[in-house]
Design a protein around this ligand. Structure first.
Ligand SMILES: O=C(O)CCC(=O)C(=O)O
Length: 217
């Protein structure tokens, strides 16, 4: 473990655990903003309700999703992709709140990705039993840009693997306020989330929310 307090005065004190070169967990880095982040998720979801999408192969996903930012990640029988509008309403996704962008940029910078400016934020909502199978994030144009992933609410077990699906995975416990960043040599590592255990979080009830920030274009 690398104990390393972040030097921005307005960034919540936290510590960093390196997972491998190019990847780290910033424990508690989103805690200072917890209420505002959750309020923003609520407002975004009022405009663009969470949807259960299907994979191109027709499997229903157990995680509900919405997006904010210039581009949103979607999946259906036409494939995985980013698009500027919601497939349901055909309206542009809600703007990315400044707080979201700032948090993602700071986290990326702390792990060495100094010019990350996300244009897409996928918001995942997990209820007990929901999971995300091992996958690589590779629908983005510039794979030199990292991924920043913020956990809020119920705890989850994040699987962080290698560059091949069959590689051994590390199990990382993610709790409310943790931020994971991966890029560089780690950018295409397989990752996923094991089925969420039931519980009650004081701020999110029976849910876990995840914000995944990417530079899609
Ligand atoms: O929920 C998480 O922590 C990870 C989400 C994820 O892997 C993704 O959206 O691609």
């Amino acid at each position: 473990m690398n104990l390393d307090l972040f030097d921005h005065p307005d960034f919540h004190p936290h510590w960093r655990e390196d997972l491998c070169p190019g990847a780290a967990v910033l424990r508690g880095a989103a805690l200072a903003d917890e209420s505002e982040l959750l309020r923003a998720i609520e407002s975004i979801a009022r405009l663009m309700p969470f949807q259960y999408r299907a994979t191109p192969g027709g499997y229903a996903m157990s995680v509900a999703m919405t997006n904010c930012g210039e581009l949103g990640w979607v999946t259906d029988s036409r494939g995985y992709r980013y698009q500027a509008t919601s497939p349901e309403s055909h309206h542009p996704w809600p703007a990315m709140p400044d707080l979201f962008r700032t948090l993602a940029m700071r986290a990326a910078r702390e792990v060495g990705f100094n010019d990350f400016v996300p244009d897409a934020c996928l918001i995942n909502r997990y209820q007990p039993g929901a999971k995300m199978s091992l996958h690589q994030d590779k629908d983005e144009v510039d794979l030199a840009q990292p991924i920043v992933s913020v956990s809020l609410g119920l705890p989850a077990i994040f699987q962080f693997g290698g560059l091949e699906r069959s590689d051994k995975t590390q199990r990382v416990n993610l709790t409310h306020g943790d931020v994971v960043v991966w890029g560089g040599a780690a950018r295409l590592r397989y990752h996923g989330v094991l089925p969420l255990k039931a519980g009650e979080h004081p701020l999110t009830g029976q849910y876990r929310f995840n914000l995944t920030f990417r530079k899609a274009r």
